[in-house]
Every structure is written in structure tokens, then in C-alpha cells.
Design a protein around this ligand. Sequence first.
Ligand code: IPM
Ligand code: MG
Length: 372
Amino acid sequence: MVIFMKLRIVSLPGDGVGPEVTRVALEVLRLVLERAGHELEVDQRLIGWAATQAEGEPLADATIAAALAADGVLLGAVGDPAADRLPPVRRPEAGILRLRSALGCYANLRPAKAYPPLVASSPLKADHVAGTDLVIVRELAGGLYYGRSREVGLGSRRKATDTETYTVNEIRRVAKVAFDLARTRRRVVTSVDKANVLSASRLWREVVIDVATEYPDVECSHMLVDRAAMELVLRSRSFDVILTSNLFGDILSDEAAGVVGSIGLLGSASLGGETAIYEPVHGSAPDLAGRDRANPFGAIVSVALMLRHSFQLEAEAVAVERALERVLVKGLRTADIAALHEAVVGTQAFGAAVLAALAGETGTVAAARSAG
Ligand code: IPM
Ligand code: MG
């Protein structure tokens, strides 16, 4: 029996290309939910530089309250060069950091996959990249991003400090997310740290070793982050789930994006809190903003993740993923994923193609449902 749901999400398009890719992603979400008979209500609000300009701060309390009460948050991107000189708490990025922490999202899943039609256009040799299918599980609510941070002194005596702190509980809870996820995949976890130098990393490794004993069916190994950065380029296929800290996860996820071809391809899910956040991994790309040039792929992948993780609509999530792959097979390319001499389409045309492909897919899902 299919139970129809009334789903309420908060949409935070943000800055730069955020609004363009979020618009497309929302159309996809709407179509899928409508076809499955669910109702969708979207509460659109501001974050980042857009919020600072209109509301005086990068994330208003009322926006946090709305997000806490919602079934999911779909975010675009934050950041604007005009805000570069602002103090840290007023920067657009502070909006996203505050949102993650206020919602309690501590586990950030960033899947990176080499799509067969794009393998040839990867900057790496095709046979290195083919078959890559990994997920980075990045700790998102602690570490260097949220440690004590200060700047003292004047002129040549200025001194700036950031600190990385992790507690056993913070490491344990995100490690469990990684091991649980590995159980739905190839059952291999690589925990990445810098335990040969940093104390927070040594604790990280000890706790992960301990959590691993609760998952005897999952293979767990530990790798130093410098080596991991190299292995990602040399042998990206060998990774299944990469578990790592906030800062290392930020860096390695951009690297993984480079390996599979473009940061425009990656979506993410930030889980563990009151409400989950879904957002593309790319930034606001101010140079592309308003020009119909951005790739909406990562934002649409994020919609698939929302369907899967927040709404438990696995068939619909798969339908979105398949529609994306079909559009690639058909040869549609936004500028970031086009090989030399390949024709390029804009954000909207790419989105329209995904919607068209999806119309076929959701038809199939509905038929399978009524048959079953
Ligand atoms: C990301 C981004 C953010 C981060 C910025 C915008 C604060 O780079 O989501 O990877 O560093 O977490
Ligand atoms: Mg980043």
C-alpha cells in the first residue's frame, strides 16, 4: 500500500548560481513527488550574501526555525566576492556553517561516481577513472571548522589561531554512519586522518578502530591524508566509503570531483540532525551566475539523496539518478563536462532534458507499483 505524504521543505537558493540550479532541482523534485501522489510545499528563504543584503545577517533565526520544522532543506550555494572583506561571522559562509550546526547535521555524504559517458572527458586517463564509485563521509559539525579561533596582535605581530577538537562521541557517531553506509555498498571503509602528527587524528583513529569491531563484516583500513590524496588520483576505484574529518573531507571531496570530471556533478546529504540538508558540492561560481551556464547535475543528485534519505522513496531516488544518466548517454553536456568539440547546453536545457527523461522513468515506477 502506498501512503501519500505531505512534504514540506525549506529551499535556500543562496548566492551566485545557487538560485539557477535550485530552480531546476525543485522542478525535478516536484515532478517526481507529484507523479508518486505526494504533496510538496516549498518555503523559500534566504541564506548567504543574499540574506545579509536583505536581512542583515547570513542566516536569520526565523530561517533556522523554519528549517528545523521542515522535512528537508534544499540548499543552492553561498558566497560573493563583495563579502570578501567582511568579518568571519558576517561572511556568507557563516550562514551555511550556522545552519549545519543548528540543525545538528554531523554526517555529510558526498558520492562521487565516474559516469561512463563522461569517462573519456575526465582529465585523467579513462582506464584510471572508469568504475570509480565512492562516497566521502565527512564529519560536518566539529573539527577545525568549529574549534576555538582567534586573531590577536597588530601589524607584523598579528597572530591567528584555529584549533581542531574532536570528542569520542563526535567521532563515534559519524563513524557509525560510514559503516552503516558501507553495509549498503561494497563493505569497505577507509578512514582518513593525519594520526602521525595530530592528536585529534590519533583519537580519531582509535575510535574508528573501536567502532570497526562492531562491524566485523565491513573491511576497515586507515590511511594518512597525504597518501589518500594521492591514491584518489592513482586508484580512485579502490575506494568505497571514505570516512574523514571536516577539513580533510572538504578538501578530498573537491579532489574526488576533479577525478570524476567536474564539481558540478556532485551532490550531498548532510544527515544526523533534526532536518537533513541537501546541497550540491560546488560553490556559488559568481562568474557563471545569471548566465544559464551552471551545471544543475549536482543539485539534482541532491534531490535524489533527499528522496532516499529523508523521504524513504528509494524507487523515486533511483528514477532521478537514472534520468540523469540517460541525459548524459544522450550526449547533453553543460560547459563544465563537455569535451573539446562537444556541443554545450545551458542550465535550463539540461534541466528540461532531465525532466523529459524522468517523465519516462516515473511512468515506469508507477507502472511497477500498480502491478506489484
Ligand atoms: C563545502 C564548501 C563549504 C565548506 C564552504 C562554502 C563553507 O566548501 O560545502 O564544501 O567548506 O564546508
Ligand atoms: Mg568545499
